[in-house]
Design a protein around this ligand. Sequence first.
Ligand SMILES: NC(=O)c1ccc[n+]([C@@H]2O[C@H](COP(=O)([O-])OP(=O)(O)OC[C@H]3O[C@@H](n4cnc5c(N)ncnc54)[C@H](OP(=O)(O)O)[C@@H]3O)[C@@H](O)[C@H]2O)c1
Length: 260
Amino acid sequence: MKIGILGAGHMGGAMIKGWLRSKQVQPKNILVKGGKSGTAEALQAELGFELTQDINDFAKVDVIFLAVSTPLIMPMIEQLKEILIKTNIPLVSVSAGVPIQEMQEVLGEEYPIAHAIPNTPAQINQGITGISFAKKINSDEKKLITTAFEYLGTIMEISESKIGVFGTLAGCGPAFVDIFLDALADGAVLHGLDRETAQTVAAHMVSSAANLMLETGKHPGVLKDEVASPGGTTIKGITALEKEGFRYATINALDTIMKS
Ligand SMILES: NC(=O)c1ccc[n+]([C@@H]2O[C@H](COP(=O)([O-])OP(=O)(O)OC[C@H]3O[C@@H](n4cnc5c(N)ncnc54)[C@H](OP(=O)(O)O)[C@@H]3O)[C@@H](O)[C@H]2O)c1
């Protein structure tokens, strides 16, 4: 599969790294166009993919991903329009803010478009991507896009109306977890554990707790009850968290994004 991607910032860069790390895509089969700051050039020096500033080169790829900032998605589609209409290359936008319908207004209802929200763990092939497809996309085009995202981790087909909330949870969530990890490590450092050990333990604990939920299929409340014995230390910690509005703060973070 020959992949074309415009934008090699945080998300685009994570996708490129993930494809190369998966060993399913060779550097010569990833064509990248970056912006003007040199980010893509620096990444290319590290990873060795194909780099271009000529938009016409994208006529030779099998699938095109747009990983530029949201306000640039539609101008980018306008720039690519001639090539796209001529070639019918499937187009995937990973922008949080541009619905399929808006892209169809430029490319037509028949055009093979997907709107997908991956997340940065894609760079270690542990991402989760929600994908919404245009109605008229055919099964081969769908398979091509799905396969490219499967190289980056887990995928989930999701309706366009739910892609916003999916992106808030999966796309913004890693930053919430990063803050939680940092705070957990701070708490352990406060009581004498060195920073490196504290961070390693916190990261393993969070990832193993999440894996336990995924593997057992148990509700997180049930797993919490299995740790919190009556009158024990864990329930004291939970009480302290709830006193500070831990759950509300978390729910409110998602709610605030959705309402913004
Ligand atoms: N970050 C996430 O976790 C995440 C998750 C899901 C979806 N997304 C979506 O991914 C998209 C990119 O987000 P990001 O966080 O990766 O932003 P970012 O780090 O700012 O990356 C955007 C990249 O686009 C490049 N660019 C600007 N103009 C360009 C042009 N004319 N042609 C090609 N590339 C151009 C920029 O290059 P220069 O710096 O050189 O200008 C920059 O590297 C957004 O639409 C966002 O909604 C992000």
